[in-house]
Design a protein. Structure first.
Length: 166
């Protein structure tokens, strides 16, 4: 197994910006579907607008609907990262910046480990620890979940990408 250097803060941040755009798109789609479902429940009489201007106002004023929407959005975000990390170790943004997340032993993350890593990243803020940990370049989520983010060679990055077709 070839050893690659750990990734620094700037590459991690650039990758996170790419991935944030994708996650925002998924969040928008999730919200549209959720609004349609709640509108459907209003239409069949499971909920009433009860003086609320529209479905969005109803969701904001109804704790169960509000927290369900929040839970769905977190679930979509966590699932996005966990899926890619367990499949190839790379999200879309990580692929663009030649980064790969892996366990400290070089293996792909398990689903529980990927979910934990996503949640402990604290919306990317955990990456700030890399600035302080200059020697080892580990983020908060790496320390907690026993993972590392490495910078791949162009050849290795392409090899991982091509292996997804198998």
């Amino acid at each position: 197994m070839t050893s690659f250097p750990r990734a620094g803060f700037i590459r991690r941040l650039a990758s996170l910006i790419y991935d944030a755009l994708v996650v925002i798109a998924f969040a928008m789609l999730t919200t549209i579907v959720y609004l349609a479902l709640v509108q459907g429940m209003v239409s069949i009489g499971w909920f009433t607008l009860e003086g609320h201007e529209d479905v969005t106002a109803l969701i904001q004023a109804t704790p169960a609907l509000y927290y369900l929407r929040a839970t769905l959005l977190v679930t979509v975000s966590v699932t996005f990262f966990a899926y890619f990390w367990t499949k190839s170790g790379q999200t879309i943004g990580m692929r663009a910046w030649r980064l790969k997340v892996q366990r400290n032993d070089g293996q792909l993350l398990s689903w529980p480990q990927a979910v934990a890593r996503s949640l402990t990243a604290a919306l990317g803020i955990g990456n700030l620890v890399v600035i302080v940990d200059r020697k080892h370049k580990r983020a908060l989520q790496d320390l907690i979940c026993k993972t590392e983010v490495v910078l791949l060679s162009k050849e290795e990055n392409k090899k991982i990408y091509n292996s997804l077709d198998d």
